[in-house]
Design a protein around this ligand. Structure first.
Ligand code: DAH
Length: 344
């Protein structure tokens, strides 16, 4: 074996011992500098090449490079081993695996969703189907078919977000009545919960995106008494057995007669006085209702001499405000887990 080979072999043996003995990454770096650094042992060996006869130099250079390659590989392996040791010891320091875990919390339903679910459950039990319409509506379904032609002043009551000249974000769920009646023959019994949109300034009682639940019953012999019974019973189911319901004469183009529906304020129990929930009236407004207008029935091809029906459209947030005695409608959408948990 040539002198150089012996030398390299001896150097690599010492290097291997030093690497194995390095206690940590800093120690390993010292070994690297001592052997492979600019003034390290390998450099010393390289300098001896100049003293060899010219024809031996290429082979000598190659054997040094081979040795360096092998040493660098050894360093890398050692480096990886030490890194993982460091990581393990850091883990052991900061994580106590016997510590009890933080219990995983389940979310709760938003009060608005709960009102929708409970109202739908009530109507389903009475044989109604739950349907959903589209949030983008045609002006025909939203207005014309509901007896609100384009020059009708009632359109102004719906401060709508228009998408094109004939498409809008629906400002109420009543167009679902039209969609349903266009597709089915009577008898019809549906409720349609969903999002509605109006260009309202946001405050404690208004959002520009809110929910309504629409109801529609069309068959032979349907009268106002059926409407009163269904809605009064719904209020008792949602608010409690003591609940009263009152119907005030009102006007909607798509119903005749039309009514505004109120229920006893759950906060003051109808006392009124200085109640902050109902403003002292003792009543909470739920929304509109009435007997489906003959023009609406005719528009969908139903004969108003044979069929009659009732309809209603209530604001879900209003129901939820009253039911959970919440003072500000914005609480329903700001996602505060404390608020939601409190009502869960
Ligand atoms: N769509 C009406 C509104 O948003 C509420 C309404 C009134 C719905 C009477 C009805 C109804 O179905 O019969 O103001």
């Amino acid at each position: 074996m040539s002198e150089l080979a012996t030398q390299l072999e001896e150097l690599r043996r010492r290097f291997g011992n030093a690497v194995a003995g390095a206690p940590d990454e800093a120690g390993l770096e010292q070994v690297r500098i001592a052997y492979l650094g600019r003034n390290g042992e390998v450099t010393q060996v390289r300098r001896t090449i100049g003293r060899l006869p010219a024809h031996e130099r290429p082979a000598a250079g190659k054997s040094i490079n081979d040795a360096v390659g092998a040493m660098e590989a050894e360093l890398q392996t050692a480096q990886a081993r030490l890194e993982s040791l460091t990581f393990q010891s850091e883990l052991a320091e900061s994580i106590d695996v016997t510590f009890p875990a933080i219990p995983a919390g389940a979310g709760s339903l938003n009060p608005v969703r709960r009102v929708i679910d409970d109202a739908c459950t009530y109507f389903r039990r009475h044989g109604f189907a739950v349907v959903v319409g589209d949030e983008i509506e045609s002006d025909y379904n939203n207005f014309d078919a509901l007896n609100i032609p384009s020059d009708h002043p009632a359109r102004e009551g719906f401060d709508s977000f228009w998408i094109t000249a004939t498409l809008l974000l629906r400002p109420h769920t009543s167009p679902v009545q039209i969609r349903t009646m266009q597709q089915h023959r009577p008898p019809i019994a549906i409720v349609a919960p969903g999002k509605c949109f109006r260009r309202d300034a946001v405050d404690a009682r208004h959002l520009f995106q809110f929910h309504q639940i629409e109801g529609l019953l069309v068959a032979q012999g349907i009268h106002f008494g059926h409407l009163k019974g269904m809605l009064a019973e719904m209020c008792r189911e949602l608010f409690g057995a003591q609940q009263s319901v009152r119907f005030r004469p009102s006007y909607f183009p798509f119903t005749e007669p039309s009514a505004e529906v109120d229920t006893t304020c759950p906060k003051c129990g109808g006392e009124g006085a200085s109640c902050s929930m109902c403003g002292g009236s003792g009543w909470i407004e739920l929304g509109g209702a009435g007997m489906v207008h003959p023009s609406v029935l005719r528009e969908v091809g139903y004969d108003p001499d044979i069929y009659s029906g009732w309809a209603f459209g209530f604001g879900v947030e209003r129901l939820a405000l009253a039911r959970y005695e919440v003072d500000d409608i914005r609480r329903f959408i700001n996602g505060d887990p404390n608020f939601l948990e409190q009502l869960a």
